[in-house]
Design a protein around this ligand. Sequence first.
Ligand code: HEC
Ligand code: HEC
Length: 329
Amino acid sequence: MAFATLTRLRHCIATTALLALGAGCGDFTSIDNPDPTDLDPTDLAQMRLGHALFFDPGLSGAGDVSCASCHDPSLMGVDGLPRSVGTGGAVVGRNAPSVFNAGLKDVQFWDGRADSLEAQVSGPLFAPDEMGQSEEGLLEHVRVTWAAQFELAFPGEDGPTLEQVSVALAAYERMLPRRSRFDRFLDGDREALSRRERRGYRIFRRNCSDCHDGPALGHGLRKLGEKVPWPSERRSDLGRYEVTGEPDDTMVFAVPSLRNVAQTGPWFHDGSVETLEEAVRLMARHQVDRRFTGPQTRAIVAFLGSLTAQDVQPWAYEDWDGSVEGAAP
Ligand code: HEC
Ligand code: HEC
């Protein structure tokens, strides 16, 4: 703890000296678009299988819900609802985070109860209100439907297994992060952001980067209401406490990635906030104990808009035929 604080402080002092040059306290890292031509044929086969499974409603017990139902790629990997709707129309307990940048995060789910994409998969599959599946039902379905694809993706292994389903879905999800204008800016193209966005970035870096930096602009677990208690009407879900039962974990949530955040409302784990301005105001008030002026808030919102992915990846969409220019057939 003391060591981490000291390191952080040193990092901040070193970078504050560079403030005039546009560097700051946060540790922001640009990302490259994942490139399937880098994959060997087996990894590419896993990605192709993951794509097929992601869009297959047959993975759910009743055959009515796929991963894409709640993580729709044409809606930036979310469903646009305050809380998702699962099998048979059941309303689930939380808002669906985007799958597009989950691969950049160190913990999964709003309460961080899974530490990898692979470990995350059985959550929705077997939750009665999400996909309502059983392991036997799942394996029977994929054996009948995707046997040949499993053989290509896991040559020489017995299968299909639940682990292979998880590996394939995670391999697919890791290919989904996409560069934004902010990445171009970080790589040195100052004009990639407008003046207002650059102003928003400066305010954001000073106030928000303790929790929202790194490649995903969000990492680790933090208390919601660190500086000023989160409003009581928004405290029905106690976050990590619901998993561990530890009083210290009350209202501790995973810090979400802010990539594509302008497109992934409504916001927060309960989907209770309908505008990004309001989300920024709540964060400023309760996480950093600050009240921004209207122009400051709008500058931050403009900056957040620069995090929206720009390039299109054919494999993000259901109609991808599996072909990748320059890669294994
Ligand atoms: C019924 C809607 C629904 C379905 C179907 C669904 N999800 Fe989710 N997903 C959610 C919700 C809601 C959460 C957040 C749950 C929580 O934090 O407790 C979530 C969380 C996630 C996360 C964590 C992301 C993060 O940033 O923490 C990943 C990754 C993910 N889902 C992938 C998948 C995959 C892969 C499938 C298919 C096997 C799937 N989901 C099916 C609604 C759904
Ligand atoms: C002390 C850590 C911390 C700080 C500082 C912080 N945040 Fe957050 N942020 C979080 C956590 C935790 C969440 C998840 C909230 C939840 O569970 O609903 C979050 C969520 C958000 C969301 C909603 C994302 C979504 O997908 O629903 C936005 C937008 C956001 N923060 C912006 C900001 C801005 C802008 C600042 C600076 C003014 C800031 N945050 C400062 C921890 C922090």
